[in-house]
Design a protein around this ligand. Structure first.
Ligand SMILES: [Zn+2]
Length: 116
């Protein structure tokens, strides 16, 4: 079902910030637009990439269990299970060996770790 306006009883199609075109314009004119959500939900693919980047940063800095915990995983096993299918065996090995990965920050600010 397509999203509709948040205003109770309105039911018009959603345009922006939870509002339909009419309520959006009305709120904008009144200077009362609802704030943007703090952070857009991260797409699952992007979230996986973020986990990989974070794990690359943390490799070698702490025990595998501690790294998993810092990344929000309940155990090293669950973090490993998340990384392995993504073709990151070298990263998994580095974490297990407590070995830091050489890192390189690309021009666009994203991180590239070079598995040794
Ligand atoms: Zn509306």
């Amino acid at each position: 079902m397509a999203r509709v306006c948040d205003v109770e009883g309105c039911g018009l199609p959603h345009r922006s910030r939870g509002l339909c075109e009419m309520h959006y314009r009305r709120a904008k004119r009144a200077g009362q637009l609802p704030p943007l959500p703090p952070k857009a939900p991260v797409a699952p693919g992007r979230r996986r990439l973020a986990v990989i980047e974070d794990a690359m940063w943390l490799a070698g800095t702490d025990s595998p269990e501690a790294i998993a915990s810092r990344l929000g995983y309940t155990s090293w096993d669950s973090l490993e299970a998340a990384l392995r299918p993504l073709g990151h065996a070298p990263l998994v090995r580095a974490i297990l060996d407590r070995r830091e990965l050489p890192k390189h920050i690309r021009d666009d600010g994203t991180l590239e770790a070079i598995p040794a």
